[in-house]
Write a new protein. Structure first.
Length: 138
């Protein structure tokens, strides 16, 4: 599990996680790390909601780790199927592009459309954006 690459959700964009009843899921590949205000035990299932995209993106995941930091708790979750991991990766790219657009506006006083920000972000960061590790085929 340590080799898994987790996509870090931008702190500037909201994300929500609520505990869900445990169910028997087939776990896939891919992970997401984000800040939260409350501890959730590893092995617990959570419902993740990203309201920064329209419509809000929602998905279930399993908590892999929970780390206490000085001002917050960091949660690492893995997704329940390869398709879920792919969908989250696409949504997170949109979130990172929006974060980049906001950062450029603040730091460089440049106003970019989402499309302009996407072109710049892709050119600068897409090659280093975390890729889910493939699970060995049974």
């Amino acid at each position: 599990m340590e080799a898994r690459q987790f996509i870090r959700h931008p702190v500037s964009l909201p994300i929500e996680a609520s505990k869900t009843p445990a169910e028997a899921y087939c776990l896939g590949v891919g992970g997401l790390a984000f800040r939260t205000d409350h501890k959730i035990e590893p092995g617990s299932f959570v419902h993740v909601r990203i309201p920064a995209v329209i419509p809000a993106f929602e998905i279930d995941a399993r908590v892999v780790w929970c780390r206490h930091r000085a001002s917050h708790i960091e949660l690492g979750v893995e997704f329940l199927s390869d398709q879920d991991a792919f969908r989250v990766r696409m949504v997170e790219q949109v979130c990172h592009i929006e974060h980049y657009r906001q950062k450029i506006s603040e730091l460089e006083n440049r106003t970019l459309s989402f499309e302009e920000a996407a072109l710049e972000w892709i050119g600068r960061y897409s090659a280093t954006f975390p890729q889910p590790l493939a699970q060995p085929k049974a």
